[in-house]
Write a protein that binds this ligand. Sequence first.
Ligand code: EPU
Length: 440
Amino acid sequence: MAKLLTIQGGKPLQGEVHVRGAKNLVPKSMVASLLGSEPSQLRNVPEIKDVEIVTNLLTIHGVKVDRDSTGGTMSLDPRETYSAEHSEIDAYAGDSRIPILFCGPLMHKNGEAFIPDLGGCRIGDRPIDYHLEVLRNFGAVVDKQPNGIHISAPKGLRGAKLELPYPSVGATEQVLLTAVLAEGITELKNAAVEPEIHDLIAILQQMGAIITVYTDRTIRIEGVARLSGFKHRAISDRNESASWASAALVTKGDIYVRGAAQRDLTAFLNIYRKIGGEFEVDDEGMRFWHAGGPLKPLVLETDVHPGFMTDWQQPMVVALTQAHGVSIVHETVYENRFGFTNALKRMGASIQLHRECLGSNPCRFGQRNFLHSAVISGPSELKGADIDIPDLRGGFSHLIAALAAKGTSNVTGIEIISRGYEHFIDKIAGLGAEITISER
Ligand code: EPU
């Protein structure tokens, strides 16, 4: 039965939440363990749906995955892996985007891989052309089948000179996870350099990989014949931290985020402060609050790291509905990441979407038919509404809006939020939100 979350809005969120390992790193580190000849240990693992999906996918390939009682420490033993049945793999079709990263490790282990149709948030077309192109360059043979992709390496995988058309996070991870055990040297130009990529590189280096990152988005990987295991504490989830920071701002609250790491939030914190948020840092985390006075509008453009991340955009748009004046947000990473604004408009926000690039830099989507710029006029009084969650970050943004709004919101589709936000219902309740959960 589906869950219904009822939120009585208008209360400032106050108190503490604990943010653990990054959703956009942990499942990938789990995949990396497949490359080892020995067991690995991963700490700071959150209890989220994406971790559960990858646990199941690893398990059907013979990896023994165990977690301690708090769930935070995971051991992964890949010493007896085998090819899984297609029907077993197919059970995870449409659940996540992580399965595509199994290609390289499974080819190294078993000579072949079957990847089910991918899921993930509907925030754009989200093709996998870069992934398949780099894999072909390593020597893989890709066979598209009705319910997935069969990929094999009949002559083994060899290092290659590669260049991505755009610094894709997933395609960079694909290259790293394939190149480390490929024969010879791989050079990847126009690579993504997000903090989660650096954390994955740290893991692979522990396992015995030789990887050099240059300042111009070039990564060089010298293939080795064998990798061991790793023991690693996952980098904290900067997207979850930014989401709680935005929640504190919009609800005029005050939230201490245990586990938040300032170093990975620089671009976010600049914007946070310009709008009217304040923060303070200590050794364990960060405190975020509304500094008082009216919030200020601004012009914002999302970008790849070290720019303002696309995943921070949606919660920040909710804050901008409360700013005094006109703000512009130009989304340059995904062509369709403003669908969530429909619900905000129903709640009373004034937001217009445009096809033109309204930021200072023209982007890839400018000459095409995508509503990828938003003009937000504020402040708007938000009112409770019935909301069906569309995607992970958009969904969390709806929660923030409902928590700040006057009146009652009835929210369905909250299971999507569990893909990336650990125990979020307990967390918002712990921050003083007035909520009830029922089945419907
Ligand atoms: N792209 C292609 N072809 C490809 C791969 C990507 O055209 O083969 C395009 C995408 O369509 C997009 C752009 O390249 O327009 C960037 O996509 P990227 O590959 O960087 O994204 P991803 O690896 O699929 C990860 C995160 C996203 C996050 C982005 C950008 C995971 C599981 N997902 O996605 O996180 O927004 O990087 O940083 O790591 C989220 O957490 O809510 C989320 C969507």
